[in-house]
Design a protein. Structure first.
Length: 213
């Protein structure tokens, strides 16, 4: 995907994310739902990561002779943020084992469903015919010259959010109707580990370009 196309798509996704963030925080405050309010602020961090992608696109378009380096830098920065997200998910999930919290299942399921719908819309907007390669962390030592790692990082951020929403919905439904509350932190840890794998793969891919390996 070329940087001009990526810039336009990323801007649309950022706008959708920011609108969702404002609505969730506002509704969370008036309904006293901490789950909605927290997810609203999470959307803010999501917008920040996409903002990096957008900014890198602007630099890559202006300095076309350094496009590959800029895309790799954007991908690397986003990969670090993705890795920190996975650590936060795992940390919070492990904490839940020792300090279990009472879950408001209806609110939590609503938040997860909103997050899933928004992220699926964003996935469709950002979608690319080569998206099936995006979760393939380790590339054979042959780097594809036309691969936009800035795009890959942005797509992985959206995909990670959609993935965690699906896992959360499954865990919450099992907790509400089957009483399997322990699945919430278990699935949280599983999701965090998978996202960490994606982040590590992206760091490796981008580092090879940044260090001229």
């Amino acid at each position: 995907m070329d940087n001009t196309n990526l810039k336009n798509k990323t801007l649309v996704v950022i706008i959708i994310t920011l609108v969702t963030m404002v609505l969730e925080i506002w509704f969370g405050i008036i309904s006293h739902s901490m789950a909605l309010t927290a997810d609203g602020f999470h959307m803010g961090t999501h917008a920040l990561a996409l903002g990096i992608t957008f900014l890198i696109c602007l630099f890559a378009i202006k300095f076309q002779d350094k496009t590959e380096k800029f895309n790799a830098l954007g991908g690397y920065t986003s990969a670090i943020l993705l890795g920190l997200t996975s650590v936060a998910i795992i940390w919070e999930s492990v904490e839940r084992f020792f300090k279990p919290l009472s879950i408001s299942f209806n609110d939590a399921i609503l938040v997860a469903l909103i997050g899933l719908v928004v992220n699926l819309v964003c996935v469709l907007i950002m979608g690319d015919k080569h998206h099936h390669d995006l979760c393939d962390g380790e590339h054979n030592h042959q780097h594809k010259q036309d691969e936009n790692l800035n795009y890959k990082a942005a797509y992985l951020h959206i995909l990670a959010d959609a993935f965690t929403s699906i896992l959360a919905i499954c865990a919450l439904i099992c907790g509400k109707y089957l009483g399997l509350v322990f699945l919430d932190p278990v699935i949280g840890i599983l999701g965090g580990l998978i996202i960490a794998k994606w982040a590590v793969g992206l760091v490796i891919s981008t580092s090879k370009i940044l260090l001229d390996f």
